[in-house]
Ligand binder design. Structure first.
Ligand code: AMP
Length: 280
């Protein structure tokens, strides 16, 4: 497995595979890898001759008061996991390599970021779209894999790939959960032992919503209120949003008819948690 911090070297690695007529699957990550990331990588391996992963904590997607400085990092352990999976190359640029002095070009979407997480994290999707554009140009994959855990991010990437004519396939991978239902996330590390059981309320409220919708409830307000009531059962939880929306536009729906996604973001103490479920 090659570990490649240099932009030029990464680009040359990909050129060499493409010249041989071999395909590249790509999984971008911010590291501190868990089974969610590894599932994306396994799926990528199945779909291409080579799997490239990147590990880069992208400063451009963190707001000034967010957790860039404390975001968990464990590079050696991550590389070991990548080796075990059979990753061909891991791209590990530093911040100067990705954002050299004088950097001034950003990628912004007009509509999708004005929903859900974009409302409370105003620079997040511009940071994601910019870094993913750069990573796509450097790694030149045939296929890239993203988790449905970050539902809005996946929607943003799909839209960006369409709008900017990136010649690649985007694959969404279902959410990987802990045995008790908590969606896996690098940020779960922030949870204290006292908070950890309360984190289950996200999944519980999604399951309760599912039961209501399967039972015939079509009013999104009624379903969202139920979910909020479950979340509010824990005084340490502050709800950012509970939204039932169209999976493509992310606009809130008036009635639950066709496919909808219910997306949740909360603060549990100092930890921001998100989860979602698609219905219909
Ligand atoms: P991150 O390192 O958090 O930026 O995540 C890198 C990729 O892994 C993104 O495409 C995420 O959506 C995906 N991912 C993170 N957690 C999970 C999970 N629990 N299940 C599926 N995919 C995930």
């Amino acid at each position: 497995m090659k570990v490649i911090p240099s932009v030029n070297e990464m680009s040359r690695f990909s050129d060499a595979q493409r010249q041989k007529g071999e395909t590249i699957a790509f999984v971008p990550t911010m590291g501190f890898l868990h089974k969610g990331h590894l599932t994306l990588m396994e799926e990528g391996k199945r779909r291409a001759d080579h799997l490239v992963a990147s590990i880069f904590v992208n400063p451009a997607q963190f707001g000034p008061n967010e957790d860039y400085g404390t975001y968990p990092r464990a590079l050696e352990q991550d590389l070991e996991l990548c080796r075990d999976i059979g990753v061909s190359a891991v791209f590990t640029p530093n911040t100067d390599a990705m954002y050299p002095d004088g950097f001034q070009t950003y990628v912004e979407l007009e509509k999708l970021p004005n929903h859900l997480c974009g409302l409370s994290r105003p620079v997040f999707f511009r940071g994601v779209a910019t870094v993913v554009t750069k990573l796509f140009n450097i790694v030149k994959p045939h296929i890239s894999l993203f988790g449905e855990k970050d539902f809005q991010q996946l929607a943003v990437i799909r839209q960006m790939v369409k709008d900017l004519c990136f010649d690649m396939e985007i694959v969404g991978v279902p959410i990987v959960r802990e045995e008790d239902g908590l969606a896996m996330s690098s940020r779960n590390k922030y949870l204290t032992p006292e908070e950890r059981p309360h984190a289950l309320l996200l999944h519980k409220s999604l399951l309760a919503a599912k039961e209501m919708i399967v039972g015939g409830e079509t009013d999104p307000r009624v379903v969202a209120e139920k979910a909020k009531a479950i979340l509010s059962g824990c005084p340490d939880i502050n709800i950012d949003y509970v939204s039932i929306c169209d999976p493509l536009t992310l606009d809130e729906v008036e009635t639950i008819q066709a496919q909808v996604v219910m997306a949740i973001a909360v603060w549990l103490g100092k930890t921001r948690l998100i989860d979602n479920m698609v219905f219909g």
